[in-house]
Design a protein around this ligand. Structure first.
Ligand code: SIN
Ligand code: CO
Length: 394
């Protein structure tokens, strides 16, 4: 039966696709396949931030922000990288610029709530919520992205033009990848609450018609080359540094400049032994790799540290809730009768119920977390995560 909502006692109630079609239809017909415009996907949308609050966030040190100015004395499509300051804003023209802030979900609880509406896609695939503000004419130019994106209109109106068939030649002399030529195949005006889903590699061009805020939920699709280098690095770190090439049976060769096949065979055996893709190694690497926090984002240990789980329990009351730190990424995988819980690039061995509950819920009544503990290891993990600032007591 198609569902827009799934209920499980393990990880609460996850949202369905925001619109008239079911999650199953969206995944089957559109996800990674074709664009979809959903009018009134979020009927009561309120931008998680006002334009001024977004500008304030863009001035903070640990926040990733930029301004894109269409016409600038230093050339077209000029980019000013954050952290921004008051002068950057004072120098802006009246129209035709955009302020973009990425990872807003890691800093603003209301933004986290919006990105969580997309948990019908697995957490590891969800990257961040970017919010843009633009006055009339503001745009980042026609371009295509390598990942799926949901573009949610949060304030004002934006005209979106798209085309799946396009020439990918980009403009020279700008650090942005902006298409030299763009013809719209489809063209819509998005009002607040409307949403446009774009799979990767669709040319799109969004122009603010008036004061406009757009929330973009972006997805992670690691490149194969990045995964190869990261996996190789993980294997290298776990390999004995003293293990070296050996050739006790070296035979005399006529031409010392030649690399002989026997050498290759030996190296192939050595590398194949280490790089053999064993499921456990791969899972551990992938969980750590994909839960790694974005550079610049980290948790702060709390002022009060607890020495034992029993001491930590003194901080709990009937009303307290246990919440994931907003910058932390929680994932887990089952492994025989245990689970690997991955938090911010680190693996913890726990019971499956505890890992599912802790990673599946952004925040939960303390008693529900405690009820999921079935092993003393879970108690230690809860204590460590709290002392690291990755779990908050609220
Ligand atoms: C924007 O919000 O202005 C740009 C979003 C995008 O094109 O991906
Ligand atoms: Co884009």
């Amino acid at each position: 039966m198609p569902t827009n909502r799934q209920n499980t006692s393990d990880f609460g109630c996850q949202p369905g696709f925001p619109g008239d079609i079911s999650t199953e239809t969206f995944l089957h017909d559109y996800w990674q396949k074709k664009p979809l415009l959903v009018k009134n996907a979020f009927p009561h949308i309120q931008s998680p931030l006002t334009p001024n609050e977004l500008a304030g966030l863009a001035c903070e040190d640990d926040v990733n922000s930029r301004l894109v100015i269409e016409q600038h004395k230093q050339g077209p499509w000029h980019v000013v990288h954050g952290p921004l300051n008051e002068d950057d804003f004072n120098e802006l023209p009246a129209t035709h610029w955009t302020l973009l802030v990425t990872d807003v979900d890691k800093h603003v609880p209301a933004a986290r709530a919006l990105i969580d509406r997309f948990r019908f896609i697995p957490d590891w695939r969800i990257d961040d919520l970017m919010i843009s503000y633009a006055p009339e004419g503001g745009s980042v130019g026609p371009h295509s992205d390598a990942y799926d994106v949901f573009l949610i209109q949060a304030l004002g109106q934006r005209r979106w033009m798209i085309n799946s068939d396009f020439d990918d030649t980009c403009l020279d002399d700008t650090e942005l990848r902006i298409l030299q030529h763009f013809d719209a195949a489809e063209d819509w005006v998005l009002d607040p609450g409307d949403m446009l889903y774009l799979p990767p590699n669709i040319a799109h061009y969004g122009i603010a018609l008036n004061d406009c805020m757009t929330c973009s939920v972006g997805f992670r699709a690691p490149s194969v080359s990045n995964m190869i280098s990261e996996y190789a690095e993980f294997i290298a770190a776990a390999t004995d540094r003293e293990q070296r090439y050996q050739d006790p049976d070296l035979a005399y060769q006529q031409n010392p400049a030649e690399i002989q096949r026997t050498v290759l065979t030996r190296i192939k055996t050595l590398l194949a032994m280490q790089l053999a893709i064993d499921d456990d190694k791969l899972l551990r690497w992938f969980g750590e790799f994909t839960s790694e926090p974005r550079s610049g984002l980290h948790t702060e240990p709390p002022e009060t540290q607890y020495a034992s789980f029993h001491e930590l329990c003194t901080a709990f009351t009937l009303e307290t809730r246990i919440a994931q730190a907003p910058v932390s990424k929680y994932l887990y995988a089952r492994r025989q009768d245990q689970a690997w819980l991955f938090v911010d690039g680190k693996t913890y061995v726990t019971s499956p119920a505890f890992a599912a509950v802790l990673s599946g819920n952004r925040s939960l009544a303390t008693r529900d977390v405690l009820a999921s503990i079935t092993d003393p290891a879970d108690e230690r993990v809860l204590l460590d995560l709290y002392n690291n600032g990755q779990l908050l007591i609220q």
